[in-house]
Design a protein around this ligand. Structure first.
Ligand SMILES: Cc1cc2nc3c(=O)[nH]c(=O)nc-3n(C[C@H](O)[C@H](O)[C@H](O)COP(=O)(O)O)c2cc1C
Ligand code: SF4
Ligand code: SF4
Length: 278
């Protein structure tokens, strides 16, 4: 089997998922990649998936142990024609959760055959220098693992003569049950438990130059264009606005400082490694 055109779909507010995907794609060395970045609402509004692709690659971060639930309408709208798919989730070294099971059930019901998948580690969205959870991830080693993963996928694909018959990655029964559960109940399950421990990243008007980079980049359009204040009901706590502000005018502030710092202290948490299925 030969791959000429691949479609890459991702959501990556703080860019770790994108870095991992770039490394995988580099290892695959595919000529044409159709990139669909679902991070901003502006991009999501013009989302269109034509199934004329040889391979689908999806990458999402883990939010509250699951797929960010705003992505469901888009992921549910893609259909394949026994098309091979690669699934990638990226988590902040706390827990990979159930996102990969959830993603697997979602796409395998829609005409895709999962040929490889993996969960990788990226800097935790809530990490700061004082609470540096997975602060330097993905590091060189992570990116090398991702690149090797891409190279191995291409080798696997080259050996597939008939994708209909080929034994692809299988899901165990418990993983199927979990995946289906979240596929069905994603709309009613809460995902923003972070709000109990982290404050919204308010703007420091002394530093802010009103460039509005944060306004344009916010995945939920939660930042008021004039006042630069955040509408808390919309905000998903992705902290993209903190990372992208060139003036450092927004900060991550913990509510229970001591507790959160202890929890997010890298010395207390074993550095996890990517888990790959191929
Ligand atoms: C709302 C929210 C919930 C999160 N939940 C988890 C989690 O359950 N486990 C974990 O290890 N990391 C969790 N993270 C951290 C992200 O998965 C991690 O930082 C990831 O690298 C972010 O990807 P991105 O840089 O592509 O946006 C969470 C982040 C956010 C914003
Ligand atoms: S990105 Fe920073 S400097 Fe620019 S408007 Fe937002 S808070 Fe202000
Ligand atoms: S306002 Fe909230 S949703 Fe928007 S970028 Fe900032 S943290 Fe993310």
């Amino acid at each position: 089997m030969k791959i000429e055109k691949a479609t890459l779909i991702y959501f990556s507010p703080t860019l770790s998922t994108k870095k991992i995907l770039n490394a995988i794609v580099k290892g695959m060395n595919i000529e044409t990649i159709n990139e669909i970045n679902l991070t901003t609402k502006k991009n999501r509004d013009k989302f269109e998936y034509n199934n004329k692709t040889d391979l689908l690659i999806i990458g999402v971060p883990v939010y509250g142990a699951r797929i960010p639930k705003d992505l469901y309408p888009y992921l549910k709208a893609i259909y394949g024609n026994i098309t091979p798919a690669i699934l990638v989730t990226v988590f902040g070294n706390v827990s990979k959760g159930f996102a990969l099971s959830e993603l697997y059930t979602l796409v395998s019901k829609r005409g895709f055959k999962v040929i490889a998948m993996g969960d990788f580690i990226g800097r935790h969205s809530f990490a700061t220098e004082k609470a540096p959870l997975a602060f330097d991830r993905p590091n060189i080693e992570d990116l090398q693992i991702a690149k090797n993963f891409g190279e191995n996928i291409i080798q696997k694909i080259q050996n597939i003569d008939n994708i209909e018959k080929k034994d692809i990655i299988h899901q165990c029964v418990s993983s199927k049950i979990i995946g289906n559960f979240f596929n069905i109940f994603h709309t009613i399950l809460p995902q923003n438990s972070n709000k109990t421990v982290i404050k919204e990243p308010v703007v420091d008007y002394n530093k802010c130059t009103k460039c509005k980079i944060c306004v344009d980049g916010c995945p939920k359009q939660a930042i008021n264009t004039d006042t630069l204040e955040i509408e808390m009901d919309l905000c998903i706590g992705c902290f993209r606005c903190v990372r992208c502000c060139p003036e450092g005018a927004r900060k991550i502030v913990y509510k229970g400082d001591k507790f959160v710092r202890a929890f997010f202290n890298k010395e207390n948490i074993m550095q996890k490694k990517a888990e790959i299925f191929i």
